[in-house]
Design a protein around this ligand. Sequence first.
Ligand code: NI
Length: 158
Amino acid sequence: MALRNIRQMGDEVLEKKCREIKEITPRILELIEDMKETMYDANGVGLAAPQVGVLKRLVVIDIGEGPLVLINPRLMETSGTQTGEEACLSLPGKSGVVTRPMHVKIEAWNEKMERIELEGEELLARAFCHEIEHLDGHMFVEKVEGELHDVVYEEDEE
Ligand code: NI
């Protein structure tokens, strides 16, 4: 496993539409492990393949309940709304207010290429929407209400 370089906003790889994954290869499995490691190293709750320069429809998410690997994910249903702070590993130190659905149902494929359906609300619903949009070349900043602002990080208590 290895950490991958996280591409920053302005890199054109973040503005491209990603291709579907047709089969699981050793290279894809390595990418999945690297993306998880990179996400945890950066203290993120989600990471999409284009953020590490790979134009494939692959996302990893962990909102603190264990890692989710989503291949070719797609929104199926959304309901409700939530308005709150959102940030992205491709724009470190900044956040902004974005309105998202409160409940989201998605379909995706797992690392064995089995179709799965997942439902999320609150932070998980937000993460599903945010990460899936990366796969179509979109950043959350397009949806920010008002101004982006600086994030004040709390001191690590170690
Ligand atoms: Ni992001």
